[in-house]
Design a protein around this ligand. Structure first.
Ligand code: ADP
Ligand code: MG
Length: 396
């Protein structure tokens, strides 16, 4: 649909010549699934994402006139044009804010970046909890690092810096108050590895995660459940956690160890906020589950790893209250079909569930989930298996 806003009018590229071809190119970044460690990133906790084989591609050509001109195959017929100097929390707004925000955020951080023509194409399902937003930001950030000669893709420190820049773009320009996990995953993940992410220290560790070598697979189930409530609920959970941390006299809930938990819950109960104790219990136990999951995977103990995933789901459903009937049905059906473990992944209220399954059961478990949804006359969910893929970089 062509847009009517003057900012979105089409620009004749011949009026604003682009740089020579040798600086133009294609960059891409992956979506992600988080294996375990949900709603922990903004609590200074641990998370364990893998990068998906599904990627968002940005074809980028620098411009000399300070303009940004963006198109996306997801928005056919729409061209958004904005001057870099005009980018703000309200300009250009909507989806192009995820692209413009990266330019803005890099400039805020002191990096000189030129205007550009950016064409976006994506195989990451949008709004399904697989982090299409971070994939988009990180593909653009990777392009700008190369085009402006910033060298930030060369090592993990530079990649972590780019991830931070993208998080600021999403928070400040796109207006989504997300933690840093998605961007860290898109920038830092490596093939065949999960990324243990310590959101307090920023330290990342590559954890070998080759399920096929053990006859296993990771099944992702896109429930297709709309998550209309997610924005307000996400902010509410963050707020509760912040309030609980200050009531407990700590910077973040990461400071509360499992041993301290009973006393902390007692103190919170006496303060009279009825939701806080359960929310805190989820965060503290979830951080411990990430540690235990990493230990289990490193010991090739996938029975324990699966049980920890299921415990994570139960905690997110009962204590953090961010699941929904579709996610619960996907999880219970997968478990009944023989999965070693299953859980919702992402912010919740819809989006995707994941299940750790024997390779030969992946198809039958996926089919069982589809059948269970059909029985309730819900839209068909989409099951697919994934492997741990690479982070952002040049090429598709
Ligand atoms: P998720 O990151 O889980 O997919 P979000 O709500 O965080 O969901 O981000 C989705 C938003 O990101 C979309 O509504 C759109 O604004 C933007 N977006 C992501 N991918 C694309 C794309 N390929 N083209 C245009 N906009 C995109
Ligand atoms: Mg997102």
């Amino acid at each position: 649909m062509a847009s009517t806003s003057p900012l979105r009018a089409s620009v004749n590229p011949t009026l604003h010549p682009a740089e020579p071809d040798n600086q133009a190119g294609v960059w891409s970044a992956p979506g992600r699934v988080n294996l375990i460690g949900e709603h922990t990133d903004y609590n200074g906790g641990l998370a364990l994402p893998i990068a998906l084989p599904h990627r968002t591609t940005a074809t980028v050509r620098p411009r000399t006139d300070g303009l940004l001109r963006v198109t996306s195959t997801a928005r056919p017929g729409e061209t958004v044009v904005v001057a870099l100097d005009d980018v703000s929390p309200t300009v250009p707004g909507d989806w192009a804010a995820y692209v413009a925000g990266v330019f803005w955020s890099l400039r805020q951080a002191g990096y000189a970046v030129p205007g550009a023509d950016v064409q976006v194409a994506s195989a990451v399902p949008v709004g399904a909890g697989l982090s299409s937003s971070a994939a988009l930001e990180c593909a653009v950030a990777a392009a700008l690092s190369d085009i402006a000669g910033l060298g930030l893709l060369d090592d993990d420190a530079g990649r972590a810096r780019l991830a931070q820049v993208c998080q600021v773009a999403e928070n400040d320009i796109a207006g989504a108050p997300t933690g840093g996990m998605d961007q860290a995953a898109a920038m830092l993940c490596r093939p065949g590895h999960a990324l243990r992410l310590d959101c307090r220290s920023g330290v990342t560790t590559q954890v070998p995660f080759d399920l096929a070598a053990h006859g296993l697979a990771l099944l992702v189930i896109d429930t297709k459940a709309p998550h209309a409530l997610v924005d307000g609920q996400y902010a509410a959970r963050r707020h509760t956690c912040q309030q609980a941390a200050s009531a407990l006299g700590v910077d973040t809930l990461r400071e509360v160890s499992p041993t301290d938990l009973p006393e902390a819950l007692g103190r919170l109960s006496r303060l009279g906020d009825s939701a806080a104790p359960a929310r805190v219990r989820h965060v503290v136990t979830e951080i411990a589950r990430v540690e235990a999951f990493v230990d289990a995977v490193q010991a090739d103990d996938f029975t324990t790893a699966g049980a920890l995933m299921t415990a994570s789901h139960d905690s997110l459903r009962a204590d953090y209250e961010v699941s929904c009937p579709e996610l619960d049905l996907a999880v219970t059906t997968a478990l009944r079909g023989g999965a070693l473990g299953a859980r919702m992944t992402g912010g919740g209220f819809g989006g995707c569930a994941i299940a750790l399954v024997q390779q030969e059961q992946a198809d039958s478990i996926g089919a069982a989930v589809v059948a269970a949804f059909r029985q309730r006359q819900w839209p068909d969910p989409v099951p697919f298996t994934v492997t741990a893929a690479r982070g952002a970089g040049r090429g598709c």
